[in-house]
Design a protein around this ligand. Structure first.
Ligand code: ADP
Ligand code: ZN
Length: 717
């Protein structure tokens, strides 16, 4: 028997199965018990409280910190035929009254509300009189000052348990660390609650770390491979977001810029344009993203190193929420690390907080430096152990090999020592490689014993190794002294004590690219081309509908749903409802429109296919003919009449294909017929009968046709 919750899942959301844990969580809430749900972004938290809310009697309160997110969720629910509303500062008094009325009339299943709003005025007095079925606290890590997004107003939620005794509370978050978790349970007074921790793995996200050099150029080539795909570029500073956005606009990409320094209307407009697929790219500071529910973000780039692994994971988690393949790139340079370190050092925080931030920064740096599968590092950070490499990160694609780089390191360090630690990396490399340029000779560095000792290593290779030495603390850099390299304690160990240095073998960028290209699928099979074309068509239809309804396209259907439609081509109600994401309400509103589009597309492809099939059969005839088979033989082999075969050949010759028709007719016949045609002035499209009769029925119609084609060709040439 199908359970009520499965029915609700299918009817309202159009999904056939629950994801891992969802079902158990729903059962727990339906049983009236509290629970804490830790699931990564995109893991499917919403359904965990939405389904119990639908099934339970009364109204579910959903506490949510972000106004934009509330509106989005409520609209999505309404789109699925669920009675939901929200209360926040954007509503007029009249609209609020409307919501209260609906609640009183029992016409409401979910009410989204911000903590400020909940505790303001007499709202709580109203709500107390309603039948509340459950309380969901979304983004519940905001209650903890240990989490990375503390919101003081969340602290008021402490009294929920007193105000609503016996009502189950479900707290949800994508932040997994233990301290935050404990804090949430303590603050919300949920000691007895069950905890559900999902895997934080997002296997559909590819993970790549690239050296932070020529970033714009690298981004451009990345984007060129992803036409029209939506994505986010995160930058550290407002200024960088503006300059990167401007450069991309200049290159012709539809790009918007978003940071906390912009006026609210502009930010809202940019966000709206992004959600509605009017702009492809957002360049933003971390101010952007919380509350972005767009499911088809196909890539996320970090222009600068994030401050910690949690933020990084949350930010890349905004890509591929629909479960389809999505790509993430992190640009990494030690300059970013230094900048971050300085920001922490100069901030007005207690020493122990600074220490914590430094430690967190160190972890993300280790991640970027790593030469083992990146996903394993990430997941182990979230206390999950993974036994296998993921096969979807840059390290898995380009396995690193290490070698003993002690001698190389010693050469470099000695160059630094002999120049009194006053020179920057480029000059160190010039000395090592023995380049006698002006700067080198002016200082007499070409007379140093280290001059030219590293000739056998290429310049970009040296840069890479010096970068590795910096990252692993074998040498320091003074940004305030013209980026000069400085020796430290470890440097001396290497120079004087022969401490061993392991380096990762350098792979030139060109080689990396070549390997990437090798991995990229070559030509797409025909079936895939057709599917992609249909997907595009459905996407256009979706955009039209969404613009008409003034909602974001993904609220009509998610990309996953469209792509399943494109693959399975449903043409009946039953088939359409089998597509994941097509619930009853969605079908009622959009089903027939999408079916019509699919039918139209099918008709068009059949037509083009037919004409190309025809082309194929003609060519087959030509192939046999050119191999020397006679008309009769070809006719027999191809199960056609000789007249059809001849017609093929003439048509091919007319189309300029290399078919020598002379072999089909004797020279005598050809000459006589052409002579007659000349006399009659008869051409290609004239009837044959007069010619046939004019020639006293001496030659067959086929011979006349062939002679005509030959004559035609000679006139044209
Ligand atoms: P979260 O809030 O955890 O970031 P969402 O609740 O927004 O994630 O869910 C992410 C996406 O996964 C949404 O598009 C949602 O519709 C989809 N989803 C959730 N549960 C299922 C399911 N059981 N089957 C298919 N898709 C699902
Ligand atoms: Zn991997």
């Amino acid at each position: 028997m199908i359970s009520q919750k499965h029915q609700a899942l299918k009817h309202y959301f159009g999904y056939d199965e629950f994801r891992p844990q969802q079902e158990e969580i729903i059962d727990t809430v339906l049983d009236g018990r509290d629970c804490l749900v830790l699931m990564p972004t995109g893991g499917g938290k919403s359904i965990c409280y939405q389904i119990p809310a639908i099934l339970k009697e009364g109204i579910a309160l959903v506490i949510s910190p972000l106004i934009a997110l509330m509106k989005d969720q409520v609209e999505a629910l309404k789109g699925n035929g669920v009675e939901a509303e929200y209360l926040n500062s954007t509503l007029s008094a009249q609209e609020q009254d409307g919501v209260f009325w609906k609640a009183r009339l029992g016409k409401l299943k979910l009410l989204y509300i911000s903590p400020e709003r909940l505790f303001a005025g007499n709202t709580l007095d109203h709500i107390r009189n309603w039948k509340i079925s459950m309380i969901a606290v979304d983004e519940s890590h905001c209650i903890s000052s240990w989490g990375h997004d503390f919101r003081p107003e969340y602290r008021q939620l402490k009294i929920l348990k007193q105000v609503f005794p016996g009502i189950p509370v479900i707290a949800l978050t994508a932040t997994a660390d233990r301290v935050t978790r404990r804090d949430i349970m303590r603050q919300l007074d949920m000691a007895q609650s069950r905890i559900f921790i999902s895997s934080f793995d997002r296997p559909n996200l590819s993970l790549t770390v690239l050296p932070g050099k020529k970033r714009l150029q690298q981004i451009e080539s990345f984007l060129n491979k992803r036409p029209r795909q939506a994505g986010i570029i995160y930058c550290l500073s407002r200024k960088t977001t503006e300059s990167v956005a401007a450069s991309l606009q200049k290159l012709g990409f539809r790009t918007g810029c978003y940071h906390a320094g912009l006026p609210q209307e502009i930010r809202a407009g940019v966000q709206e344009d992004f959600l509605n697929d009017n702009i492809q790219i957002i360049v933003a500071t971390i101010a952007f993203g919380m509350g972005i529910d767009k499911s088809n973000v196909r890539w996320v780039i970090h222009y600068n190193l994030p401050s910690n692994v949690e933020s990084y994971y949350q930010e890349i988690g905004r890509a591929g929420r629909d479960g389809l393949q999505a790509d993430t790139v992190l640009f990494y340079s030690y300059q970013d690390v230094i900048m971050r370190q300085e920001m922490i050092a100069n901030s007005e925080q207690p020493a122990e907080q600074k220490e914590l931030l430094m430690a967190k920064l160190n972890r993300i740096k280790q991640y970027a430096d790593a030469d083992i599968c990146r996903r394993r590092i990430l997941l182990s950070y979230f206390n999950e152990s993974v036994l296998q490499d993921c096969g979807n990160c840059d390290v898995c694609h380009n396995p690193r090999s290490r070698f003993d780089g002690t001698i190389l390191a010693q050469k470099a360090l000695s160059a630094v020592a002999r120049t009194d630690q006053k020179i920057a990396m480029t000059m160190v490399i010039d000395i090592l490689r023995g380049s006698r340029n002006m700067n080198v000779t002016r200082h007499g560095y070409d007379r140093l014993p280290t001059f030219g000792v590293g000739r056998d290593v290429r310049g970009d290779e040296w840069a890479d190794y010096l970068g590795q030495m910096l990252n692993s603390g074998i040498v320091d850099i003074a940004y305030d002294e013209g980026h000069s390299l400085k020796l430290n304690e470890v440097s001396h160990q290497v120079l004087k004590k022969g401490m061993k240095v392991d380096l990762v073998k350098f792979i030139p960028l060109a080689e990396r690219k070549a390997r990437e290209e090798e991995r990229a699928p070559k030509e797409k099979p025909k079936k895939e081309i057709i599917r992609d074309a249909l997907f595009d068509r459905l996407r256009q239809l979706r955009k039209q509908l969404a613009d008409g309804l003034r909602i974001p396209p993904y609220q009509v259907f998610h990309d996953t749903t469209l792509s399943e439609m494109a693959a399975r081509k449903p043409v009946s109600e039953m088939q359409m409802k089998q597509i994941s994401g097509v619930g009853d309400e969605k079908f009622r509103r959009f089903g027939e429109l999408f079916i019509s589009e699919i039918l139209l597309f099918e008709k068009e492809t059949r037509r083009t296919e037919k004409s190309s099939k025809q082309g194929d059969t003609f060519l087959k005839t030509m192939e046999l003919y050119n191999e020397g088979f006679s008309l009769e033989e070809i006719a027999q082999a191809r199960n056609l009449s000789p007249a059809t075969v001849l017609a093929h050949l003439i048509r091919l010759s007319d189309d300029g294909q290399p078919v020598v028709l002379e072999g089909l007719i004797s020279e005598n016949a050809r000459k006589q017929i052409i002579h007659a045609l000349d006399q009659l002035g008869a051409g290609k499209n004239d009837p044959l009968k007069p010619v046939y009769e004019f020639l006293d029925e001496q030659f067959s119609y086929n011979e006349i046709r062939v002679a005509m084609a030959i004559r035609e060709k000679s006139i044209l040439n």
